[in-house]
Write a protein that binds this ligand. Structure first.
Ligand SMILES: *Cc1c(COP(=O)(O)O)cnc(C)c1O
Length: 420
C-alpha cells in the first residue's frame, strides 16, 4: 500500500496535503505515515499465520518515540543495539519482556542496565562477551537468557557496507565454533542458553541467502539439542529489503514467511524476527524545497535545502531514492542533478534524474527514507537537525521539532581559560 499518493495533482500523506504540512513546519523535514507503519507490521505478522512468533522492531532504523510507540501499540517488541536504544524502546512503552539486545560491544554498564530491566534476551556475539555477561549477571544474582549470534558465512548479496554474515565481518560466532561455545556457556553461572540468532545483512532482495543461512542455523539447533541443550528460541534477524526503485521487487513477506516456516518449523522453537527497514523504510519521505535551479555547463542542478547531513544514504551507500515533485505536472520531465547545500561533492542525492520541471521555491519529496534517514543525520556545516512529522489519518504532529541555533551552539562549552 502506498500512503503517499497524488490527489488532484497534489501529493498527500494519508488525508493531508504535503504542501499544507510544509507551510506549517517549514522545509526540510521528514514526514511519516502511521497507516503505512501499521500496514507493514500487520502484513509481516499475518504472513506467519499461527507460528509462535515475536516481532522485534530493529529500532536503529528509526528511533523516534512516536514511531516506536505506533509499532509497540500493535504488539511489536524491540531489537536494540545500545543502552540508548533500550531506553528509547522502554520509554515508548515496549515491555522489557519483548526486548532483545544485539551488538558486538555491549559494555558492562549496558549489561547491568539490561539485566536490571529484565529484558527478554541477550544476543551474544563472542566469547569475551559471554564471560563478561556471566560475571555481571552472577554478581547481580540474575540469570541472562542468551542466544549466540551465529556468523553463518553466507553472502547476503547486498551492499558491502550492510553485509554482516560473511566470515570476514566482525559479527557473530563462526558457525563452526558454535557447539564449542555453547558447551562453555552451559557451565557458566548467570547464563541460560535459550537459542541461536543471526542477522546476515540489510536490504536483502533475494530469498536464497536467507534460506542458506536459516538452513545452516537450523542444523546447528538440531546438533545443540543432541548435545543436551534446551534450545527454545531461534532469532532470524532482519534484513528483508524494500523496493527503492520501480523495477526491483524484493520477496514479499508471504514468500519470506513461507520459506521460514519450511526451514525452521520442525524445530518447535519460538521464532523471533528483527525487521527494521521493512517496517519503516517506505513509511517516510523527506520534503525539501528547491533553493536554486542552476544551469551548469553540462548539467542542470536542482539545489535543494536538504543535504547529506539530513540523509546520508546516497553518499554513504550509493543508495537510490525516488525524487518527485509534490505537484504533478503535464510538462515533460527534465534531467537534473539533485544536490544539497553542503560543501562536499558527495552531497548529491541523484545524478541525471528525470524530474518534472522545477523552479526555485517548489517542493519535492525524496522517497523511502523512513529507515536509516533521520537516525543517521548530523549537524555538519552547522545545519540544524530537521524536524520529523507523523501523520495519522486527518491529523499530523511534529514528533521532533527543529532545534534553534541557540540550542545547537549552546551544546558547546568554553573552557575556563577561554571564557572571560
Ligand atoms: C540492523 C539490524 C537489524 C535490522 O535490519 P534491517 O535490514 O533494517 O531489517 C536486525 N537485527 C540486527 C542485529 C541488526 O543489526
Amino acid at each position: 500500500m502506498n500512503y503517499f499518493e497524488y490527489r488532484d495533482g497534489e501529493m498527500h500523506v494519508e488525508n493531508i496535503k504535503v504542501a499544507t504540512i510544509a507551510d506549517e513546519v517549514g522545509t526540510p523535514f521528514y514526514l511519516y505515515s502511521s497507516a503505512s507503519l501499521i500496514y507493514q507490521f500487520n502484513q509481516f505478522k499475518e504472513a506467519f499465520g499461527d507460528l509462535d512468533l515475536l516481532i522485534c522492531y530493529a529500532v536503529k532504523a528509526n528511533t523516534n518515540q512516536a514511531v516506536i510507540k505506533t509499532l509497540a501499540n500493535i504488539g511489536a517488541g524491540a531489537d536494540v543495539v545500545s543502552e540508548g536504544e533500550m531506553r528509547r524502546a522502554l520509554e515508548a512503552g515496549v515491555p522489557p519482556s519483548k526486548i532483545v539486545y544485539s551488538g558486538v560491544a555491549k559494555s558492562s554498564t549496558e549489561m547491568k542496565f539490561a539485566l536490571n530491566q529484565g529484558i527478554y534476551q541477550f544476543n551474544v556475539e563472542s566469547e569475551p562477551e559471554l564471560f563478561q555477561l556471566s560475571k555481571i549477571a552472577d554478581d547481580l544474582n540474575k540469570t541472562a537468557d542468551i542466544t549466540f549470534r551465529v556468523n553463518p558465512d553466507v553472502d547476503a548479496k547486498t551492499h558491502a557496507k550492510i553485509s554482516t554474515g560473511k566470515s570476514e565481518n566482525k559479527f557473530g560466532v563462526p558457525w563452526t565454533s558454535v557447539q564449542d561455545i555453547c558447551s562453555k556457556a552451559a557451565k557458566l553461572p548467570g547464563i541460560k542458553l535459550v537459542g541461536l540468532d543471526l542477522h546476515i545483512g540489510s536490504q536483502i532482495t533475494e530469498l536464497d541467502p536467507f534460506e542458506e543461512a536459516f538452513t545452516k542455523i537450523s542444523e546447528l539447533v538440531e546438533l545443540l539439542k543432541k548435545d543436551g541443550h534446551d534450545i527454545t528460541r531461534l532469532d532470524l534477524g532482519g534484513g528483508l529489503g524494500i523496493p527503492y526503485e520501480g523495477d526491483d521487487f524484493p520477496p514479499l513477506p508471504r514468500e519470506y514467511a513461507d520459506m521460514v516456516k519450511k526451514v525452521v518449523s520442525h524445530l518447535g522453537c519460538q521464532i523471533i524476527i528483527e525487521p527494521g527497514r521493512f517496517l519503516v523504510g517506505n513509511a517516510g519521505i523527506l520534503v525539501s524545497k528547491v533553493v536554486y535551479v542552476k544551469k551548469g555547463e553540462e548539467r542542470e542542478f536542482l539545489i535543494i535545502d536538504a543535504a547529506m547531513n539530513d540523509l546520508v544514504r546516497p553518499s554513504m551507500y550509493d543508495a537510490y531514492h525516488g525524487i518527485v515533485s509534490i505537484t504533478q505536472s503535464d510538462e515533460d520531465s527534465k534531467l537534473y542533478d539533485v544536490v544539497g547545500p553542503v560543501c562536499e561533492t558527495g552531497d548529491t542525492f541523484a545524478t541525471n534524474r528525470l524530474v518534472s520541471p522545477m523552479e526555485s521555491g517548489d517542493l519535492l519529496a525524496i522517497r523511502s527514507v523512513g529507515a536509516y534517514g533521520a537516525v543517521m543525520s548530523s549537524t555538519y556545516n552547522t545545519r540544524r537537525l530537521i524536524p520529523e512529522v507523523l501523520v495519522n489519518k486527518d491529523e499530523f504532529a511534529i514528533v521532533r521539532p527543529r532545534p534553534s541555533y541557540t540550542e545547537m551552539i549552546a551544546l558547546d562549552k568554553l573552557p575556563k581559560w577561554l571564557s572571560k
